[in-house]
Write a protein that binds this ligand. Structure first.
Ligand code: GDP
Length: 302
């Protein structure tokens, strides 16, 4: 079966067909979009993302010929769904298990970055749990040596999901902790190293320099940004800034169970061009779901 390319010119319609066609005007699209825009903003999608969607939809529809009587509202909603899916579907899809299994030299290293309270530590434990259930061995590097209690916290989670933690004392060099964890994994054939890093409550030079050093030393296969879906536009800003300091390859959004619409997922994907890999949907270790774009689009439309 031959696949029809989108770029192929449309078959010229016959006279009768042409008489039954109308052209979609910019005005039609604008009016319908005003309404949808409000919905998107209410779903917590960032303004700049909403504007990008507007442009995409106008490009898709203005000047297009449709049959008289076509429901334009429906057409626009479909175009919007399509545009949202385009933003959420990255060029390079990340199949995490496949990536880990196909890496020749163990271990596969993932560095996690994000703000304090975003759910980073819990998410690392959830992911460790998920990886183990998929038959992979995991070790965690306690590279948040800054925040009081951080090491004990990650150890407690790790114990519950049955994973070893490599740690140093507070104040130790986070990159050195991560390096040790990788050496440990190498020596024992452990598949995956998950590196917990310090969060802070604001983005500052120190934190960014620390992240850069960890990335330089560990040469991670992936850098994952963990963001709280409840923090609205702030989480988009955080993602952008981490992405500037250390390129973000993927995103995990937490607390989707408490966030009715989850528009932040769309805004972050749009802002940094990285895919959402998982979403957190609760406080238990099994409350981590691989992200499904179609599920998300349905959710946005309520
Ligand atoms: P960290 O400071 O970024 O390491 O954040 P924690 O992992 O300690 O998480 C902060 C709080 O958010 C904890 O009470 C977690 O149980 C909670 N949390 C994390 N992920 C989720 C989630 O997906 N849903 C809900 N409801 N709570 C979560």
């Amino acid at each position: 079966e031959k696949k029809v390319e989108k770029t192929e010119p449309e078959k010229k319609p016959g006279l009768m067909e042409r008489l039954l066609q109308v052209e979609i005007k910019e005005k039609d699209v604008e009016e319908a979009l005003d309404e949808l825009e409000l919905e998107l903003l209410e779903a917590d999608v960032a303004l700049e993302t909403v504007e990008a969607l507007r442009e995409k939809i106008k490009e898709k529809l203005v000047g297009k010929k449709v049959r008289i009587g076509t429901n334009k509202g429906k057409l626009i909603e479909e175009a919007l769904r399509e545009a949202i899916l385009e933003i959420l579907t990255p060029e390079k899809k990340i199949d995490l298990l496949e990536m880990i299994r196909s890496k020749e030299e163990k271990p596969f290293v993932i560095v996690f970055v994000g703000f304090n309270g975003s759910g980073k530590t819990t998410t690392i434990a959830k992911l460790a749990n998920w990886l183990r259930k998929n038959g992979l061995s995991v070790v965690i590097a306690a590279s948040d040596t800054f925040r009081a209690g951080a090491i004990e916290q990650i150890e407690e989670h790790a114990k519950r999901v049955g994973v070893k933690v490599i740690k140093h004392d507070y104040g130790a060099d986070p990159a050195a902790v991560a390096y040790d964890a990788i050496q440990h994994a190498k020596a024992r054939g452990v598949d995956v190293v998950l590196v917990d890093t310090a969060g802070r409550n604001e983005l500052n030079r120190n934190l960014m320099d620390e992240m850069k050093k960890i990335v330089r030393v560990t040469k991670p296969d992936l850098v994952i940004f963990v963001g709280d879906s409840l923090s609205g536009n702030a989480v988009v800003e955080q993602a952008k800034q981490f992405n500037e300091a250390v390129r973000i390859d993927g995103v995990i959004l937490t607390k989707l169970d408490a966030d009715a619409r989850g528009g932040a997922a769309l805004s972050i994907s749009h802002a940094i061009g990285a895919p959402i890999l998982f979403v957190g949907v609760g406080q238990g270790y099994d409350d981590l779901k691989p992200f499904d774009e179609k599920w998300f689009v349905d959710r946005i439309f309520g």
